[in-house]
Design a protein around this ligand. Structure first.
Ligand SMILES: Nc1nc2c(c(=O)[nH]1)N[C@H]1C(S)=C(S)[C@@H](COP(=O)(O)O)O[C@H]1N2
Ligand SMILES: [Mo]
Length: 323
C-alpha cells in the first residue's frame, strides 16, 4: 500500500522517523540550543556548508495520512536529503548546492502573484503560507536521472493558496518562477539552464490535493539547498517539476515555457510524469536507485506510485506524446 489509510495525526516523531535519525535530530536540536551550531554542522557536512545545512527554525506540523509504508519506503536521512541535490543556480554537482548555498538570504521573502488572478500582489511569505496550519507529508521524490528519495516534507497544499488568490476561470496553467540573484548564486554565471528557472503545471495538477507547497523538511525550515524558503513538490512528477525558492506565481491561459523544455525539448517535456514505460532518450526510466545507493535495482512505479490518485488527470492522453 502506498499511502496509509490510518491517520497518523498523533504519531510522535519517533514513530515516523527511523530511530538513529530521530536521535541525531534530538541531539542536533539540543546542541543548537546551547549554541554549538558549527560543531553539529561539521557533523552533517563540511565546514563550508555549515550555514546552508542549518536552517534557523523548527516548525510545528500536523502529521497526516500522507505517509509511505516504512517497510517499503523508509525515510531518507537528513544527510541524504540535504547533501545530494539538484539546484543548478548553485552549481551542477550534487554536492554543490549544500556547499554553495550558504550565502543565500531568504528573509524577507516576497512572492509576486500575477496574471489571470483576482487577487494579484506582492505577498510576503507569511501572507501566502499559513505557518500555523502546516502538514507533514512523507512523499517519494523521483528525479528524471533515476534516483529517488523519501522525504518528510512540511508544507501546505497548493490548492489552499490558489483558493486564497482566486485565479480567473480562464486560467488553465500556473507558472512558477524561481529566484535569480547572481550575488548569492554562483551557478547562474555558468549558463547551464535558462534563468530564471521556470516551471509550470496545468491548473488541475496544481489544484490536486497531493501538490504541496513546501517550507520545511524533518521538522525544520527548508535548508537553502532544498529550495528555501518556498518550493513546490509534485510527487507523481519527475523532480525537475518541483521548482525551488519560488518568487513568482503567474496564472495564464497558455502552457508556460519551462527551463528544461527550453534546454532540450526532445528530452524534457512539460508533463514529466514519472513513467517507467517511457524512456528518456538517453536512458531507461524502468528502474531507479534509492539513495544512498549505487544500483538501479528498484522498479519505478507509474506516476511514482501515486496513480490511484492522479491517473484520472491524464485519461485519454497519449503519455508517449505528452511526456
Ligand atoms: N530553482 C531550481 N529548482 C529546482 C532545480 C534547479 O536546478 N533549480 N532542480 C530540480 C530538480 S532536477 C530536482 S530533481 C529537484 C531536487 O530537489 P531536492 O534537491 O530537494 O531533492 O529540484 C528541482 N527544482
Ligand atoms: Mo531532477
Amino acid at each position: 500500500m502506498l499511502i496509509k489509510s490510518r491517520t497518523s495525526a498523533d504519531l510522535p516523531y519517533s514513530e515516523v522517523t527511523p530511530e538513529p535519525i530521530y536521535r541525531s535530530r534530538r541531539e542536533f536540536l539540543a546542541a543548537t540550543a546551547v549554541g554549538a551550531v558549527g560543531a553539529i554542522a561539521g557533523g552533517i557536512g563540511s565546514e563550508a556548508c555549515a550555514e546552508a545545512a542549518v536552517p534557523q527554525g523548527t516548525l510545528t506540523a500536523r502529521k497526516t495520512a500522507f505517509v509511505t509504508d516504512p517497510a517499503v519506503d523508509p525515510l531518507s536521512t537528513w544527510e541524504t536529503i540535504t547533501t545530494y541535490n539538484n539546484y543548478y543556480e548553485f552549481g551542477t554537482g550534487k554536492d554543490d548546492p549544500a556547499r554553495n548555498s550558504g550565502r543565500l538570504t531568504t528573509k524577507p521573502w516576497t512572492v509576486k502573484v500575477d496574471g489571470l488572478v483576482d487577487k494579484p500582489g506582492d505577498y510576503g511569505l507569511e501572507d501566502l503560507i499559513d505557518f500555523k496550519n502546516l502538514e507533514e507529508r512523507v512523499y517519494r521524490h523521483r528525479c528524471v536521472e533515476a534516483w529517488s528519495i523519501v522525504v518528510p516534507w512540511i508544507g501546505v497544499p497548493l490548492l489552499g493558496l490558489i483558493k486564497k488568490v482566486q485565479p480567473k476561470s480562464m486560467a488553465m496553467f500556473v507558472e512558477f518562477t524561481t529566484l535569480e540573484r547572481p550575488s548569492e548564486m554562483p551557478g547562474l554565471s555558468r549558463g547551464s539552464l535558462e534563468w530564471p528557472y521556470r516551471e509550470g503545471l496545468r491548473m488541475d495538477e496544481a489544484m490536486h490535493p497531493l501538490t504541496l507547497m513546501v517550507v520545511g523538511v524533518y521538522g525544520k525550515l527548508l535548508p537553502n539547498q532544498n529550495g528555501a524558503p518556498l518550493r513546490v513538490h509534485v510527487p507523481w512528477k519527475y523532480g525537475f517539476k518541483s521548482g525551488k525558492s519560488i518568487v513568482r506565481i503567474r496564472f495564464t491561459d497558455k502552457m508556460p515555457m519551462t527551463s528544461w523544455v527550453m534546454q532540450r525539448a526532445e528530452e524534457y517535456g512539460f508533463y514529466a510524469n514519472v513513467n517507467p514505460t517511457v524512456d528518456h532518450p538517453r536512458w531507461s526510466q524502468a528502474r531507479e536507485v534509492r539513495l544512498p545507493g549505487f544500483f538501479k535495482n528498484r522498479p519505478t512505479l507509474m506516476f511514482n506510485g501515486y496513480g490511484d490518485q492522479v491517473a484520472s488527470l491524464y485519461a485519454g492522453m497519449d503519455l508517449r506524446k505528452f511526456y
